[in-house]
Design a protein around this ligand. Sequence first.
Ligand code: DGJ
Length: 718
Amino acid sequence: MNDDRHIPIHLRAGGTSLVVAVDGGRLPRILHWGPDLGEVGDDALAYVQKAALPAIGDSAVTYPQPVPVLPQPAEGWLGRPGLVGDDDGRRWAPKFRDATYRAEDETDGPVLRSTAHDPEYGLSVDLEIQVLAASGLVRQRVRIRNDAATPYRVDSLELALPVPSDASEILDLTGRWALERVPQRRPFHVGEWVRASRGGKPGLEHTLLLVAGEAGFGFRHGAVWATHLAWSGNQVLAAERTPAGTRHLAAGEVLLPAEVVLGQGDSHRSPWQYGSWGIGLDDLAARFHRHLRSRPEHPRSPRPVVLNTWEAVYFDHDLDTLSALAERGAEAGAERFVLDDGWFLGRRDDTSSLGDWTVDAAIWPEGLEPLVARVRELGMDFGLWFEPEMVNLDSDLAREHPEWIFDAGHGPGLASRHQHVLDLGHPGAYAHLFDRMSALVGSLGIDYIKWDHNRYLLDAGHTPSGRPGVRTQVEQVYRLMAELKAAHPGLEIESCASGGGRIDLGVLEFTDRVWPSDCNDPHERLEIQRWTGLLVPPEMQGTHIGAEESHTTHRTHPLDYRAEKALWGHLGVEVNLLTADDETLAALARWIAFHKEHRELLHSGEVVHADLADAALRLEGVVAGDRGEALYAFSVVERPSTWPPGRIRLPGLDDARDYTVHAVHPGSAPAAGTVLPPWQRDGVTLPGRVLRLVGVEAPSLDVDRSVLLRVVSSTKAP
Ligand code: DGJ
C-alpha cells in the first residue's frame, strides 16, 4: 500500500473507496468517500488531491478546504471543532501536526493509522480510519494522550466524515415512548443540524443514523451517506454545512464536566464513528446488516420464537398460570419462554423492589425452578427480565446502600416510573449485580436476559464526590454484559430501554437483539421496524404479536395483520394465550410455522422497500442472498388517494431470472367475496426485470391490511 506522504492513501473494500489526503504532516483529510473507484494509480491519486484544491483568495481561513477528520480551529477551521479541551484555561487551541501515516491491510479491512503531535501542548492523537471488507462501512476513532505534567480536561472529541455537495437533504429520526423512530427531513442548509442525547443512553427519540443525501432520495434511489456512533451513552450527531461549501457528518460523545481529565501519560479513546453510503437507503442499511452479520458472535442459530409474559399477565405471577401459559405457547410453536418483570422480592407493581434480584418466595415458594423445569419439559429455552442499573428507593438495596444511588448533590433526583439509578461506578454495586445475576443465570440455567433500562440518567453524580458518572456507567454496563456472557457461554441478552431506548452498535457488541418498541400495534410497528432497520437487521429486532386491542394505542387489528408485521424479525408472542380461543390458537400456530419455514430467508436476506408514490401504501420484503426467492408484504396504512391503487413493482430481484409470484395467506384465507386481481388467483410468472419495472396489480385491501407475496425463481442464476 502507498506510503508516500504526498500521494493520498486509497482504502478500498466492500464496494467502498476512501481516498485520504496525508500530505504536509496534517491530520488526514478525506477526499472521496463513496463508490469503489477501482484501481487508481499514484499519478491519478495525486491528481485527485490536486483536483480537490480550491481557488484560494487572500485568506487561508475562509477558503474551502477538505474537512480534516479532526477539524482544528488553529488550522483555519471555523466550524465545529474536533477537540475541545483545556488545562485550567490553557492549551485550549491545539494544533496537531507532524503526522505519520501507516496504511495496512488487516483481515477485517484496510486501515490507515496516523499519529500527530502538538509538542507545545504536550498532546498527541492517534487516529484509525478503516474500511470494513465485509460491508464497505467506514469507521474511525481517535485516542488523545496527555504527556504534560498538568492535567488536561477533554470537553468534547468529535470526528467528521465529509459528504459531497450533492448531499442536499438531511434525514434523521425522532420519537417517544411507543412511537420510536419517526423520520424527519430538511434541506441541508448552511449551519448545523445537531441531534444530541443527554440521558445516559441514546434514548427513545434518538436518531440511529444521521443521513445526508441527494434531493428526494428514497429507499431505492439517490446517493446517501450516514453516520452513527457506536456508543450507548450521551452523544451528539451533527450535519454541518459551512459557508465555504463543505459538508460533513460529525459524531462524538457528549462529555459532562470533568468526565475525562487526563493526567500525565493518560489517554482517552473515542467510540467508533461509523459511516455508510449507498444508492438509496436500502443499500446504506444493507452495509450495517452485512457488518453485524459478519461478526463471529452474530446470533446464527435459528432465532427461537419467544413467548413473553409481559402483556399477558404483567405483574400477576403465579406458577399455575405461567405454566399454563408456557404450555399453550409450546402448543403454538414457541421455543423460548421469557418471564418478564414481577418475579423478584416484593415486586407487585412498579413502585418497589428494583435492585432486590432475589426470587420472591411469597409468590414463588419453591423458587422459579418448577416453572423452569416445566418450560424445559415443553422443549423451550428460559429467559428472565432484569433491569440491572435501576433501583427503587423502596428496596432493601436502596435502604442498605443509599450511597450507591447517583446523587449530584441534591439527593437521588426526580423519580421516573418510581425509580432511580444505581451507580455502577461503585465496585460494591457492580459486584452486587454481577453476583446476583450470575447466581441466577447459573442456578436456573437462564438462556436469555431481557435487559431493561427505564429511567434516563439526569443529575447522575457519583457519591461522595458528586462528579458525573454517566460515561463510567456505560463502560460498566458493557463490562457487566461481557462478564456475564463470559461466565455463562451461550447466554443471550436483549437490549430494551422502555422499548427502543438503547439501540446502537456499542450495545450490540454485547447483545443479541433489541426491543424496538413497547408498541405492538402493527400499524405503528410497520414504521418502527422499517426505520429501526436502517441500522438493525431483522433477526436482531424483537417483533411480537400483541393483543387484538393494542395495549399502547387501543386500536384493534385482526391476528393476520398483527402476525404479518411480526413475521419479519425475531418473532415473539405477547398475546394472553390463556384467553385465546381455539381458532385463534390454531391460526397463530400456522403463522409461527410459516415463520419457522421462512426464517432462514428472513434472517439472512437483503431487506428491500419500494418507493411508492402514494403515502398510503407500503411494500417491503426480504430477498435471498442468491436472489432465488423473496417474501414481500404489501400493506395499506391509510385510505389511498386512488382506487385501485395501481401496480406494485418488486425491488431487489435478479433482472435476468424468471419468478413465480403467489399471494400467500398463512393465517386465514381471504374472506369469501374478496375482490382479487386476476393474477392473484393462480399466481403469475414473469422475469425479474418485468417485476421491477412493470410489476403486478396491487391486491384490493382495506386500511391496516396486508398481503404476503411469495416469490420463487423458476430459473437458475445465469
Ligand atoms: C419496559 C419494557 O419495555 C417492557 O417490555 C416491560 O419489560 C416492562 N418494562 C416491564 O416493567
